[in-house]
Design a protein around this ligand. Structure first.
Ligand SMILES: [Fe+2]
Length: 393
């Protein structure tokens, strides 16, 4: 059994309707002037208004900045940090999907310091340098169930200079997980986000830093997602399904914040950075291939994943367990209409060209084992052709 420190980065307020408590929670954290960070789509739905109303009722001055964009370019963090400084914000509340929350967390780190930090993200990520000033207090409120950004220690930013997606250290002070905010979000978005959470849990189970605690959360997240993701995709207004998926996303987020993610997310980051593939879709299409790869080294873990998914693996050999579990994931992905990369206009060679970047990405080293170029090549092939069953094509 792995050794490790159990920890949970940020306290979480969980439950339907809890968003209205944000004003009181911000006050408890000592916030007096809050920049609310979100994106235009979420602003149009009206969720940030609930935050503003609650903050105002608690006597907190606030300003809404709805300019967060997908994939979190560093430019967006610079722009938001400038607004936060100009407003004199002493707190940040992010509300939205993963990009809005990561942007909010990054603004909390950068606004309290200088933009130069964004020029040397790897130095801060590796711990060689730490922030001169403590980040602003921040509250993250997800409107999707997938990223777990409300409880993770980095904001994943698109760094044009480094030509990669990379994590800026960014620690939320509190997460408010209100499943009602996810009710009615479209089936495709629900599917991508749910598979993102599945990928977090799955990858973390074979990460170097996993602990018995992260494993417990990972298996439970997989159980909940397998049971409830198809339900939520079929009936986007089903609150019970939404509550279970929000919980799964949060548990998977805590799990991989304590452990880590690896090759599947390297592929997702590269697909997002190079070809604008949505993060959740990128992680989804890689997941069956990652399961088959990991099963070669960790058949017992893969069996437990299958158990969590409700599969009967009696009599299935170690050699076959990866294929069995991966095929079950493929079936779920078909049911929730996850497209292939080909259907998204990506060519086979474009994915195979990612091989050196995937091999050399720092996150790949989080896998608790070795991998060869041939194995990663095979993972990329299977990622592209994820609808093809069997690992022996
Ligand atoms: Fe992810």
């Amino acid at each position: 059994m792995k050794r490790g420190v159990y920890e949970q980065l940020a306290p979480i307020l969980f439950g339907s309707g809890t968003v209205v408590q944000v004003g009181d929670k911000a006050k408890e954290l000592g916030m007096t002037k809050v920049l609310v960070v979100t994106d235009k789509g979420i602003a149009a739905v009206g969720h940030p208004k609930k935050v503003v109303d609650s903050l105002k009722a608690a006597g907190i001055e606030c300003k809404v900045w709805a300019e967060a964009t997908g994939d979190c370019p560093t430019e967006s963090v610079r722009a938001g940090s400038a607004v936060a400084r100009e407003f004199g914000a002493d707190g940040i509340v992010g509300i939205g999907g993963g990009s809005s929350l990561d942007t909010a967390k990054a603004i909390a780190s950068i606004a309290a310091n200088t933009d130069e930090i964004l020029e040397q993200i790897p130095v801060y990520l590796s711990g060689q340098k730490s922030y001169p000033n403590a980040p602003l207090k921040s509250i993250c409120i997800p409107t999707t169930a997938g990223t777990g950004s409300e409880c993770t220690r980095v904001a994943v930013l698109n760094d044009e200079k480094l030509d990669m997606k990379i994590g800026l250290p960014a620690f939320p002070s509190l997460g408010i997980v209100d499943p009602e905010l996810t009710v009615g979000s479209p089936a495709s978005l629900t599917a991508f986000c749910g598979m993102d959470a599945f990928a977090h849990a799955n990858e973390c189970l074979a990460s170097k830093l996993r602990t018995p605690h992260s494993e417990l959360l990972g298996y439970e997240a997989i159980r909940l997602i397998t049971k409830w993701l198809p339900v939520a995709c079929a009936d986007t207004k089903n609150l019970e399904a939404r509550e279970n998926l929000s919980l799964a996303s949060n548990l998977a987020g805590i799990s991989f914040s304590e452990g880590d993610i690896h090759l599947g997310h390297v592929i997702a980051h590269e697909l997002g950075h190079k070809y604008n593939i949505p993060h959740g879709l990128g992680g989804a299409v890689a997941t069956p291939a990652i399961i088959e790869f990991v099963a070669l080294e960790y058949p017992e873990t893969t069996k437990k994943i299958g158990d969590a998914m409700g599969l009967d693996l009696t009599g299935v050999t170690d050699a076959a367990v990866g294929r069995e579990v991966a095929d079950a994931v493929r079936e779920m992905m078909l049911e929730i209409n996850i497209p292939t990369l080909e259907e998204k206009g990506i060519q086979y060679y474009q994915v195979m060209e990612m091989l050196p970047a995937v091999m050399n990405h720092p996150l790949a080293a989080s896998y608790d084992g070795t991998f060869t170029e041939d194995q990663v090549k095979r993972i990329l092939e299977q990622t592209y052709y994820w609808k093809s069953k069997s690992s022996n094509q």
